[in-house]
Design a binder for this molecule. Structure first.
Ligand SMILES: Nc1ncnc2c1ncn2[C@@H]1O[C@H](COP(=O)(O)OP(=O)(O)O)[C@@H](O)[C@H]1O
Ligand code: SF4
Ligand SMILES: [Mg+2]
Length: 347
């Protein structure tokens, strides 16, 4: 897919956020930039606590502020900066041109309404169709997401459905209005492996049909390999490496990315949940001043502790924030690194 010809559906630039007014507190999300075009999938990967959900919630205008505080940045969607929209304008595009699928469907499905009512309500609100038409469209969506016996399921309540089924309902709801952009935050994590694959295939098919752009947050590199056009690796609130799938898998440059890649089991990549890299993501209070990965990085040197590494262009869209980049993959350091201390058993 071409990077330059297409005007992005969403372009996030220099986005920073914190959960405190204190100037002394570091940004929880720091200077994040990425773009995604029509029909494209951008995957954001990183361990738990890296700021992926916070970023997506902020884009959707779903992060309570206060306590959240945007420090800088823009998020241009369909020509308008999402961060400057009023609550009313946001409500107008959410679930319509801009949709989101969450990890846990029960948090976003209303237990008091049937599946048909919930999908139908979204269609009615945004499309101004009558009840009968909304119900017909809800039924069509249930068919599209391949829910068995959709006529019956239309009148089921969320608790009457299995987890996989509820996730399909979420997808049906999210895509009912043919959004320009879908933000999916770990949409398949709670599902078993077979269902995960089905749900992902489903999202991709629908995406291909509708040209929807997708930001897919996942910690599963198997998923990334399957669905991503571009990948942003996020660590402690920063994008440490960005590139195409080929860039990231064939020529990972950041020690963190290399650590993640090194932990994919060569067989059964589906189970390749994120590496258990030694140590953990720093809490917001303990964010290091320089490179945020320094405390876990076997290559950390004084300059890494003194100052955050700037983005280093590699080739094409590939960029890396590490003082060592660019590194030759054949260099002894790279191989040594992969074999060495951070690698542990993959869960
Ligand atoms: N409402 C909040 N107030 C303060 N800190 C928060 C809030 N929500 C999330 N955080 C913090 O933001 C960081 C990133 O969280 P999150 O975006 O959920 O990570 P991820 O989705 O990558 O696992 C974590 O350190 C978390 O504790
Ligand atoms: S900048 Fe230094 S500490 Fe950070 S990842 Fe690169 S080598 Fe490691
Ligand atoms: Mg999350």
């Amino acid at each position: 897919m071409s990077d330059t010809e297409r005007r992005p559906v969403l372009e996030v630039s220099g986005f920073s956020l914190k959960f405190s007014r204190s100037a002394a507190m570091p940004n929880l999300v720091d200077n994040v930039s990425f773009a995604v075009g029509s029909g494209e999938t951008l995957c954001i990967v990183g361990e738990s606590g890296c700021g992926k959900s916070v970023t997506s919630l902020a884009l959707m205008g779903l992060l309570a502020s206060p306590p959240a505080q945007r420090v800088s940045g823009t998020a241009v969607f369909d020509g308008k900066d999402l961060f400057t929209l009023t609550e009313r304008e946001l409500a107008d595009i959410r679930g319509n041109r801009l949709s989101m699928i969450f990890q846990e469907p029960m948090t976003s499905l209303n237990p008091a309404f049937t599946v048909g009512e919930q999908i139908g309500e979204s269609v009615r609100r945004h499309r101004g169709v009558d009840r009968a038409e909304a119900r017909a469209q809800a039924l069509e969506m249930l068919r599209l997401v391949r829910i068995p016996a959709p006529e019956t399921r239309l009148d089921a309540y969320p608790h009457q459905l299995s987890g996989g089924m509820r996730q399909r309902v979420m997808i049906a709801m999210a895509l009912a209005n043919r959004p320009r952009l879908l933000i999916a935050d770990e949409p398949t994590t709670a599902l078993d492996v077979t269902i995960q694959a089905q749900v992902l295939a489903l999202i991709r098919n629908l995406q291909a049909e509708t040209g929807t752009a997708m930001v897919l947050i996942t910690h599963d590199l198997g998923v990334v390999a399957e669905v991503a056009d571009h990948v942003a690796v996020m660590y402690a609130g920063r994008i440490v490496e960005y590139g195409t799938v080929a860039d990231l898998f064939d020529d990972p440059q950041h020690p963190y990315t290399i650590g993640l890649m090194g932990a994919i089991p060569s067989t059964g990549k589906r189970e390749g949940s994120l590496a258990t890299i030694r140590g953990s993501v720093p809490s917001p209070e303990q964010m290091p001043d320089g490179c945020r990965f320094a405390p876990r990085c076997p290559f950390a040197a004084q300059r890494c502790i003194d100052a955050a590494p700037p983005d280093q262009p590699i080739a094409g869209v590939h960029r890396v924030a590490c003082w060592l980049a660019p590194v030759e993959q054949s260099a002894p350091g790279a191989g040594q690194y992969q074999a060495a201390p951070m690698r542990k058993e993959v869960a």
